[in-house]
Design a protein around this ligand. Structure first.
Ligand code: G6P
Length: 372
C-alpha cells in the first residue's frame, strides 16, 4: 500500500501533489493545428451548441463548487445565462428546461446517484446533457449526450482534490469552446486564455513548493472550535470548498461566506481568536473587489479574528491586517481558484492529521454516493 501511495503517507497528499499533472493532462490535445479548440470526446455538434440559450450545471459536493466557479467564466465568455444547482435539489423543483438548455453534469466518479437522477430528468425534458467526468465509461457519461473527460487519473482519497482542479479546467475549456462556436470570443482571445491556463500547472507547482507554513499554521489552530472562510467572486466558491474540506477531514465546524454578506449576519460570529481565512482577489482585477475585501479583513480583525490571508505576491495592502499571510502567484482573476484552493486543501489535510483522523477515509463519508 505504501508503494501505491508513491511514498506519501496518504493518498490525499499524493493527489494534492499530482494537481499540476491533472491540469496539464486535462488540457492535452484541446488545441488543434489551426489554433481552434477541439473537444475530442464531445458528441454534440457545433450546430446544437449554437442553439443553446441557457446552461444549467448540476453536481454535488466538491463538484458543485467547481460548477459555481465555472458559472463566472461561462457567463463572462459566452454571455449565455448559467445556473448552478445542487443535483439533489434540481429535479424536485420542476426546473424550466427545453431543447435549447445545455445541462452540464459534473462528477468525478460518474456514479453519484443525485447527479445521475438530475441527468435523467434533464433528458426526459429533452435537454442536452454534457458530462464532465473523471471516470471513463461510468454511468453519467454513458447516459449523457456528450462528455468531456477530466484526466486527473484515479482519485482514491474520499475528499476530492485533483479532480476538482481538473473539473474547473474542463469547464473552462467547455466555456471557451462555446464562445468559439458562438463567436462571442475571437480566436486570438481564446488562444490568450488557453495560454494562461497552460501556465497553471507551473503556478500550482509553485504553491506546492511553499506550502510548509500552511501545515505549521494548521497545527497551531488545532484546538479551535470553528473556522470561517471568506471570499468574493470566484473566491466565494473557494471559501465554500475550504470549509467543506475542513468539515470532511477534520470534523471541525467550518463555514464559507461571500465576504460582502459579512454585514448581513456572519460578522456576528466573530469573536476573539476565531480563525478567518480570506482569499483576496488580485489588486489588478478589473472588478475592483480587492479593496472591498481588504476592508472586510480589517473589520473582522478589529473584532478579534485571527486573520489568515491568501493574497497574491506583491499585494502589500493586506499586510497590516494579516495575522498569517499565505502568498500565491499572480494569475488572471478567473484562474485564481486553481492556486488559492491548494493551501486550503493542505490546511484541512494537516488539521486531520494532527487530530489523528484518517485522512483518506473520513468517518461517515463515501467516495461515491450511489444512493439518493
Ligand atoms: C461524495 C464525495 C465528495 C464528492 C461528491 C460528489 O460526497 O465524498 O468528495 O465531491 O461525492 O462526487 P462526484 O463523484 O459526483 O464528483
Amino acid at each position: 500500500a505504501a508503494a501505491e501511495k508513491g511514498g506519501y503517507d496518504y493518498f490525499m497528499l499524493k493527489e494534492i501533489a499530482e494537481q499540476p499533472k491533472a491540469i496539464a493532462d486535462t488540457l492535452l490535445g484541446r488545441v488543434g493545428l489551426d489554433g481552434q479548440l477541439v473537444l475530442d470526446e464531445m458528441r454534440l455538434s457545433d450546430e446544437e451548441l449554437r442553439e443553446v440559450d441557457k446552461v444549467v450545471i448540476v453536481s454535488c459536493g466538491t463538484s458543485f463548487h467547481a460548477g459555481l466557479i465555472a458559472k463566472y467564466a461561462i457567463e463572462h465568455w459566452t454571455r449565455i445565462p448559467c445556473e448552478v444547482e445542487l443535483a439533489s435539489e434540481f429535479r424536485y423543483r420542476d426546473p424550466i428546461l427545453s431543447r435549447s438548455t445545455l445541462v452540464i453534469a459534473i462528477s468525478q466518479s460518474g456514479e453519484t446517484a443525485d447527479t445521475l437522477m438530475a441527468v435523467r430528468h434533464a433528458r426526459e425534458q429533452r435537454s442536452r446533457v454534457l458530462a464532465i467526468c473523471n471516470t471513463n465509461g461510468s454511468t453519467i457519461p454513458r447516459e449523457s449526450d456528450a462528455v468531456v473527460y477530466t484526466h486527473a487519473g484515479p482519485e482514491i482519497a474520499v475528499a476530492s482534490t485533483k479532480a476538482f482542479l481538473a473539473q474547473i479546467v474542463a469547464c473552462y475549456v467547455v466555456g471557451l469552446y462555446l464562445a468559439q462556436v458562438r463567436g462571442t470570443k475571437f480566436g486570438d482571445e481564446i488562444a490568450t486564455v488557453m495560454d494562461q491556463i497552460n501556465e497553471m500547472p507551473a503556478a500550482v507547482e509553485k504553491v506546492l513548493e511553499t506550502i510548509e507554513p500552511v501545515r505549521a499554521l494548521a497545527r497551531t489552530l488545532k484546538d479551535k472550535k470553528s473556522v470561517l472562510f471568506l471570499g468574493r467572486h470566484v473566491g466565494y466558491p473557494v471559501a465554500l470548498e475550504g470549509a467543506l474540506k475542513l468539515k470532511e477531514l477534520a470534523y471541525m465546524h467550518a463555514e464559507g461566506f461571500a465576504a460582502g454578506e459579512l454585514k448581513h449576519g456572519p460578522i456576528a460570529l466573530i469573536e476573539e481568536g476565531v480563525p478567518v481565512v480570506v482569499t483576496v482577489p488580485s489588486p489588478s482585477a478589473r472588478h475592483r473587489l480587492h479593496d472591498k475585501i481588504v476592508s472586510s479583513i480589517q473589520e473582522v480583525r478589529a473584532r478579534g479574528a485571527h486573520t489568515i490571508v491568501i493574497a497574491e505576491e506583491g499585494d502589500e495592502a493586506v499586510v497590516p491586517y494579516a495575522n498569517t499571510l499565505i502568498r500565491i502567484p499572480q494569475v488572471p482573476t478567473l484562474l485564481q481558484p486553481l492556486v488559492s484552493t491548494v493551501p486550503l486543501q493542505v490546511f484541512a489535510c494537516e488539521m486531520a492529521t494532527v487530530k489523528g483522523y484518517d485522512v483518506d477515509q473520513p468517518r461517515n463519508l463515501a467516495k461515491s454516493v450511489t444512493v439518493e
